[in-house]
Design a protein around this ligand. Structure first.
Ligand code: HEC
Length: 311
């Protein structure tokens, strides 16, 4: 009977000890982080996202994207994430202070998405509110900055990727890749070491809003070997009333709708893409070293941190 009290205390102590170590101390260390800013209080990072991006995060959760995609870059000593050009620096707790829930993820069937917005073509990059607005409110084709020219031209030349190309891009010049893909769409899409998505003729610029829609609608139209499920239920197939909608997907081949029909994103799809475009951890953080091992510059030119790391 005498041992009962100490047994109980021992069990209680074990739980209390781990609770302190795993919950209280981490919460005390990183539970109340604020956005960082420079001396003048400008150049604040991170910032809360637009309502569309917030809703897009819920669409992301509802569709299980987290089961195949992480949103965290591991440090150089632990992994090759930075070498894979998924970002310039590792992720840090401060990157996530406005995310509820945080989609860290631990499976990588597909690439890490922590910086997918930073990989967007220059004109759409790091402007999630503008990007979202451009997607949301574009009743006339003239107001759609990127889609209009892309839709009207069939030649691959002007669509050579302007973004920092993904994994292993330096292995093959993008123009050659584009030409090869254009010449033989059935050819082996991604030999080891080649960039994952290859810029194909007739496709929107890689990682643009329009590209994401085509990719979500039909991943295999972009990457023949893709294991990613298609999310067609986020899109609507409808008859063209007067003119083709500016939002209509630029689909080619067997995915293209029949004459007189168009496929347009639902509001959820637009929010999801607004969310993807908002994922951008390229801003330097004071407490994290960037790619070259030097501490990240505290604050470069306000407003426009280049995705490339400081020298
Ligand atoms: C069954 C696993 C799986 C699920 C679920 C999944 N993906 Fe993917 N995803 C992949 C694979 C594999 C790739 C690489 C091939 C490709 O580009 O299609 C990929 C690629 C991507 C890319 C391109 C990344 C890059 O760097 O090129 C984006 C963006 C993306 N997925 C977004 C999403 C979103 C958003 C969802 C949820 C609506 C989602 N994925 C759900 C497996 C998945």
């Amino acid at each position: 009977m005498k041992g009962l009290a100490s047994l109980f205390l021992g069990i209680f102590g074990t739980f209390a000890f781990s609770w302190v170590g795993l919950t209280v101390i981490p919460n005390w260390q990183i539970g109340h982080l604020n956005p960082q800013s420079d001396e003048e209080g400008t150049d604040i990072y991170p910032q809360p996202q637009s309502g569309m991006a917030e809703r897009g995060a819920r669409v992301y959760a509802a569709n299980g994207c987290i089961y195949c995609h992480s949103q965290q870059l591991r440090a150089d000593y632990a992994a090759n994430d930075i070498e894979r050009k998924w970002g310039d620096r590792r992720s840090a707790p401060r990157d996530y202070i406005f995310d509820r829930p945080v989609f860290l993820g631990k499976m990588r069937m597909g690439q890490d998405l922590a910086n997918i917005g930073a990989r967007a073509p220059k004109e759409q990059e790091s402007a999630p509110p503008g990007g979202a607005a451009a997607v949301a409110a574009s009743p006339s084709p003239a107001t759609s900055p990127v889609k209009a020219p892309a839709a009207s031209s069939a030649s691959p030349a002007p669509k050579a990727p302007t973004s920092p190309a993904p994994v292993g891009a330096s292995a093959s010049p993008p123009s050659a890749a584009a030409t090869a893909a254009a010449g033989s769409p059935a050819a082996s899409p991604s030999p080891a070491g080649a960039p994952w998505p290859v810029q194909t003729a007739g496709e929107p610029p890689i990682y643009s809003t329009a590209w994401h829609h085509v990719h979500l609608y039909s991943p295999r139209s972009i990457n023949v070997d893709s294991n990613m499920p298609s999310y067609r239920f986020l899109y609507q197939n409808r008859r063209i009333s007067d003119a083709r909608s500016a939002d209509a997907l630029q689909l080619t081949g067997s995915d293209a709708p029949p004459e007189g029909w168009e496929i347009v994103p639902t509001f959820d799809a637009k929010c999801l893409v607004a969310y993807l475009m908002s994922l951008n951890q390229s801003h330097p953080l004071k407490d994290v070293r960037s790619a070259e091992g030097a501490p990240a510059a505290p604050a470069p030119a306000a407003g426009s941190p280049p995705p490339a790391s400081p020298k």
